[in-house]
Every structure is written in structure tokens, then in C-alpha cells.
Design a protein around this ligand. Structure first.
Ligand code: ARG
Length: 486
């Protein structure tokens, strides 16, 4: 977090202000928005603690947008004149242009709301003092963050869509290739490579649903709730809702200034996405290793070593795996922040933005990189085949006996003995002589060797969601539909 360099000036000069001064707005560091009630200024140690501009500066567009809507609502309610409203709107526009031009680099203000108000005063003079009528920074900041959060959710959704799209493209490339399907990271049963890529795609599609749900929860207008009790002027909250693009108006002013549920929702969605990214990352790390070699990551998403010339490291995947920790940590942070707060606004709530912003930033950094890593990765079907042991078909062998009427528990036992025999003899299961099969169970005929066919095994699993060609192709279609709907 960058902090204006002169903030935290400890010589005390920032903290004194003349409360009898006619200046209506803060215009020096340490001058506050509540001067009237105080004799002494803020203590030097308190000033830096009190600041949130370093974090909330990114809300300046939302703050201006919300303020413009508020100015119009005040005029409509005849709290300010149309002329005053015009001045405020023009001033806010100029403040926006100035922000765009100059940024906020050395603003001395406590937070973005005070910064915008100060700049408005510098632009239009004392009429700026009318803007905050009936409004509190409690409903104002909550409104700003929600506006920001809705747009952020859209960006996260777009990034997730790219990642799912890349996984679905990879699935398409893997339709006719087989690889070991793992349980306990031991070879279990053959699957189409598409099935593996699709497993990740579905997880990220669910993340998208969670982000959308969080966005819906964010889309509630708090403005008009005041500090805690509502607004004493007849502002049209429904009009504000429409003007600012919210889906609903908050139902209770006390709840409105302290409800951060949607942040929890979004940060939770982020933690889950992080967990899924870490699992995809782990698969890519493992599968791109020399030992597996199922996947080759492109140069663009790999790094070399400064020491070992041969190295090709899957850093994108490792970093994605690593980011999961902070995404999960942000969830812990926001829940712990909220737990035990008394009803209504509490200053603790200012900390809500730290985990929220970090989650969104982290996702917008990580998801596009993983999308790129997946999109540019190549499957290596020959390496998948080379890794496959015919024991992957032990279940199919048991199913062969089941089709001959043998109870599964018995056939499981029989095949278990065959596997042990193959291991003892040091031959692949598929190469045991027919006599050995027959000896273990007389239902085994010469066609037992037909079992040892990867694609046949995969196609036998034709249940919806299974790994047969039909089921996999259908799955890709369904996932593409879901992606198009999102
Ligand atoms: N800067 C604060 C925030 O980010 C809003 C300030 C509200 N302050 C107050 N004392 N009520 O939430």
C-alpha cells in the first residue's frame, strides 16, 4: 500500500487546526471533517492509524459517481437548488478530470471521501459543503465499495471464463487420448485426457456461480441510510438505486451501514477459486515433470534457472498454487473482522477493503496467467500411454467375470490374485498366459485379452459424466453451454 510520503508527519503541525476558522472544509493534513466538536487536533500517533486513503484511493471513480447521484437526489428533494446541484455536478466532473490527470499521489486526506470533498471545495468553493447533507461516510463508503465490487466481480468472471474456455479447448484436444485416472495418486482406471481437463473446468464453472451470487449480494444500495438511522430528507432511494445501477435498496439502515456479507461471499468465492487454482497448479507441476511428462507448458509460462541450464520450471502453476494461501487467508481476515462487532457501523469495518481488494487483485493476476498457461500447454499423449500399466484394467477384468455371472466380490478376489501373480512373475497383467487366467477362474476364455484395450475400457464407462467418448463429448457441450450462459 502506498502512503503519501508526508502523512504521518510527526512534528504535530498536521494535527492542530483552528476550529474557530470559517474555512468549511479540511485543507491541511490532520484537519478533520468533524472539527466543530473538538478542541484539540488529532494526536500524531493517531493520524497514520486513522488513514485509509492508501487503500481506498482506488474508489475515487465510484465516490464521484455516488456523489453525483446524491447531489441530484438532494436537488430532487429540494434540499439544494438546481443551481447548486449544477455547480456540484460540474465540480465533481472537474474533480474526476483532475484525478484522471494528476492522480492522488500526495493527497493529505484521511480517506477517498474526504479527498473528493476537499477537491470539490477547491473547485467550486463553499457550495461543496452542501453535498454531504443527509449522508454519512458510513453509507457513502459502503455504496462506493459495492459499486466497485460489482465491477470487480464482472472482471473476475471474465477471467474465469477465459480459464474455463482454455480448459475446454484442452479437453477437446484430449478426447481421443487416454491417461491414467488417479485415486490416491495411484493409477486407478484409464480415463480420456479430456475427462481430466473437464474436471478442472467444472470446478471453475462453480467458482463463477459463486462470484455471480456474491455480485447479486453486492447489488444492494445502502445510500440513504445515513450514519445509522436513515436520512431525514425526502431523497428518493429508488431513484438512487436506478441511477447507480443497483438491483435492490437496502431494507434497514442499521444493517445497511454494517452489512459486509457480500464481501464475505466474494472473498469466499475467491478462496475457493484459489483452492481450485492450486489443485490445477499442482496437476500441472506434477504432469509437466520429467517423470510424468503428460503436459508440456509453453516457454511463455515457464522459467529457467540462473544456475541449472537444463531447467524449465512450471512457475505459473507453482505461483497459482502459492496464491491459494493468501486467498484463504483473506477469508479468515474478513470473517474475523466481522465477528463480534456490535450492531451498526464500527470503524473496524474500514478494514473490509484490504482482504476484498487483495482477493480481487490476486485473482486478476492469477486466473489470466493460468488461462494462458493452459491455453498454450500441449498434451503429450505418448507420455501418457507410456506411463500406463495394464493393472489399470484390473477392474475391467473383474467386470469381465461379472458379465459371466460371477458375483463382483468374488471376481474382485480372483483378479486380486492375478495381479499378485503377475507381480510375483514380473510380467504385466496383460501378459499372463491364458492358462493362468483360466486356472484362477474357469469363466476366463481366450477373449480375456480383449479387455486390455484402453479406449474400450473408457468407452465402457458410458454413464452420463463418465469417460466414454459419447459422455465426454456431451460434457464438453454442456460445459460450453454453461460458459455461454454465464
Ligand atoms: N474511511 C472509512 C471507510 O473506509 C469511512 C469512514 C467512516 N468513518 C467514521 N468515522 N464513521 O469505511
Amino acid at each position: 500500500m502506498s502512503r503519501p510520503s508526508h502523512i504521518g508527519n510527526l512534528d504535530g503541525t498536521m494535527s492542530t487546526h483552528d476550529s474557530t476558522s470559517a474555512r468549511p472544509e479540511q485543507d491541511s493534513p490532520g484537519k478533520t471533517l468533524w472539527g466543530g466538536r473538538f478542541n484539540a487536533g488529532m494526536a500524531p500517533e493517531m493520524i497514520p492509524l486513522n488513514l485509509s486513503l492508501g487503500v481506498d484511493r482506488r474508489l475515487w471513480r465510484e465516490d464521484i459517481r455516488g456523489s453525483m447521484a446524491w447531489a441530484r437526489a438532494l436537488a430532487e428533494a429540494a434540499v439544494i437548488s438546481d443551481r447548486e446541484c449544477g455547480l456540484l455536478l460540474e465540480g465533481l466532473e472537474q474533480v474526476g478530470a483532475r484525478m484522471e490527470r494528476e492522480g492522488l499521489s500526495d493527497a493529505p486526506d484521511e480517506d477517498i471521501h474526504s479527498a473528493v470533498e476537499r477537491m470539490l471545495h477547491e473547485t467550486v468553493g463553499s457550495v461543496a459543503g452542501k453535498l454531504h447533507t443527509g449522508r454519512s461516510r458510513n453509507d457513502q463508503s459502503s455504496t462506493d465499495v459495492r459499486l466497485w465490487g460489482m465491477a470487480a466481480a464482472d472482471r473476475v468472471l471474465e477471467a474465469l471464463r477465459m480459464l474455463v474456455g482454455a480448459l475446454l479447448d484442452m479437453a477437446e484436444q484430449g478426447i481421443d487420448h487416454v491417461m491414467p485416472g488417479y485415486t490416491h495418486l495411484q493409477q486407478g482406471q484409464p480415463i480420456r485426457a479430456a475427462q481430466w481437463a473437464l474436471a478442472h473446468a467444472w470446478a471453475f464453472l462453480r467458482d463463477g456461480e459463486r462470484v455471480r451470487a456474491a455480485r447479486r449480494a453486492a447489488s444492494v444500495l445502502p445510500l440513504g441510510s445515513g450514519a445509522v438511522a436513515g436520512c431525514p430528507f425526502p431523497v428518493n432511494r429508488e431513484g438512487l438505486r436506478v441511477a447507480l445501477g443497483f438491483a435492490r435498496v437496502s431494507e434497514n439502515s442499521v444493517d445497511a451501514v454494517s452489512d459486509r456479507d457480500w464481501i464475505c461471499d466474494l472473498v469466499y468465492a475467491g478462496a475457493m477459486a484459489g483452492m481450485h487454482l492450486s489443485r490445477l497448479g499442482e496437476d500441472l507441476v506434477l504432469f509437466s515433470s520429467t517423470e510424468f511428462g503428460f503436459v508440456r507448458l509453453s516457454d511463455g509460462f515457464s522459467t529457467g534457472s540462473s544456475l541449472m541450464p537444463q531447467k524449465r520450471n512450471p512457475d505459473a502453476a507453482e505461483l497459482a498454487r502459492g496464491k491459494a494461501g493468501r486467498l484463504a487467508g483473506n477469508l479468515q481476515a474478513i470473517l474475523t473482522l466481522l465477528k463480534g462487532l456490535p450492531t451498526g457501523y464500527n470503524r473496524d469495518l474500514q478494514e473490509d477493503k484490504v482482504p476484498l481488494f487483495d482477493t480481487v487483485d490476486t485473482l486478476l493476476l492469477t486466473v489470466p496467467a493460468m488461462a494462458g498457461a493452459v491455453a498454450s500447454a500441449a498434451l503429450r499423449p505418448e507420455r501418457m500411454l507410456a506411463a500406463m500399466d495394464s493393472q489399470l484394467l484390473a477392474t475391467d477384468l473383474a467386470d469381465y467375470l461379472v458379465r459371466c455371472g460371477v458375483p463382483f466380490r468374488e471376481s474382485h478376489e480372483v483378479v486380486g490374485r492375478l495381479v499378485r501373480r503377475a507381480e510375483d512373475d514380473g510380467v504385466p497383467l496383460a501378459e499372463l498366459p491364458a492358462s493362468v487366467f483360466h486356472q484362477e477362474h474357469r469363466a476366463f476364455a481366450d477373449d480375456v485379452y480383449d479387455v486390455f484395450d484402453w479406449l474400450r475400457s473408457a468407452d465402457a464407462r458410458d454413464s452420463d459424466g463418465g469417460t466414454s467418448r459419447r459422455a465426454v463429448v456431451e460434457q464438453i457441450e454442456k460445459a460450453r453451454d454453461r460458459l455461454a450462459q454465464g
